[in-house]
Design a protein around this ligand. Structure first.
Ligand code: HEM
Length: 283
């Protein structure tokens, strides 16, 4: 299977120009395969929320908690939905032509690209200065949790803490999106100099042919990667057992019981009124 497309530069050298659209089909297939495999696995897997008796006891002990606990504030929710809309426009404008739906896609694509870029820049500032920045990242400290989660997946009853605000899987997913997202944005912004926009004069000679090839291939690789990542994300969002999380991205809150069932209160501290605080010991 060809992974890249090649062309001749004006000087007769072979340079890579684009990714092969075989990769788009591979990513679409991987996304659908993941969805089928995970859905089948979940039919046989035990649900991993806290046992009812244990949650009842915690609820009785934590009468100080409000009935509704804020999970995503309005700014974070607005960012999420603007980013999601831009992402869908980008995916459909990029890949509908590949599957045979031909239209003038480039203009809609770069406009959505700028909306995505702006929303991500906003998100970086918002998350760095106004949210609990470290709650979404993974590092060596998470290895014991990773091992315990794997053993639980294979049916072992392993003791250990529940997740903080974001479970390990969500944090790994966010990391994959950061890598693919930054690559697609940086390359996309550079590629704008090759096309005609009302924003500035086109300059297709900014880079050599070989460097443009690398840029287009990087953009294509990150773009096809996004197909699989977005399918996985939407699949989890629509699973009935995850609706409580999806609803929190619409309305902003989860119930006290959902908080105690799925999270470790010491790792995601909630203070009076339902707003969240950084875990103990964190600056
Ligand atoms: C989900 C995110 C994105 C996906 C899936 C995506 C996908 C793609 C694909 C598959 C192409 C065709 C590449 C090729 O022919 O080798 C493309 C081209 C392009 N993209 Fe994106 N892209 C995304 C984000 C962005 C962003 C953030 C920008 C700009 C800020 C952008 C700007 C462009 C431009 C200018 C082109 C070149 C059009 C041309 O040369 O004719 N894209 N994109």
């Amino acid at each position: 299977m060809d992974l890249l497309k090649w062309g001749r530069s004006p000087w007769g050298e072979w340079v890579m120009t684009h990714v092969s659209w075989n990769l788009f089909w591979a990513s679409l297939f991987a996304g659908i395969l993941f969805f089928v495999a995970h859905a089948s696995y979940m039919l046989f897997s035990a649900h991993r929320k806290r046992a009812s008796a244990e949650t009842d006891a915690l609820e009785a002990a934590r009468k100080d908690l409000p009935a509704k606990i804020e999970r995503h504030n309005l700014t974070a929710r607005l960012f999420h939905w603007v980013m999601a809309a831009a992402m869908f426009v980008l995916l459909f404008t990029a890949f509908l032509p590949v599957v045979g739906v031909k239209f003038a896609w480039v203009r809609w694509h770069w406009i959505a690209g700028l909306v995505l870029t702006g929303s991500i820049l906003f998100h970086i500032v918002h998350a760095s200065f106004f949210l609990d920045f470290w709650s979404i990242w993974v590092g060596p400290k998470d290895i014991p949790e990773f091992k315990a989660e794997l053993l639980r997946e294979f049916g072992h009853d392993v003791p250990g803490p529940k997740p903080g605000k974001y479970p390990l899987g969500n944090r790994l997913y966010h990391l994959a999106q950061v890598v693919a997202g930054l690559l697609v944005i940086i390359t996309g912004v550079l590629m704008m100099s090759r096309i005609r926009t009302p924003l500035f004069t086109r300059n297709p000679y900014l880079f050599s042919d070989a460097a443009w090839g690398v840029t287009y291939v990087g953009h294509g690789l990150a773009g096809v990667g996004m197909v699989g990542l977005v399918i996985a994300h939407v699949y989890f969002a629509v699973r009935p057992d995850k609706w409580w999380i999806t609803k929190s991205m619409i309305f902003g809150w989860i119930t006290r019981r959902q908080y105690l069932e799925h999270h470790e209160p010491t790792r995601w501290r909630v203070v009076g009124g339902g707003s969240t605080a950084k875990p103990a010991g964190q600056a």
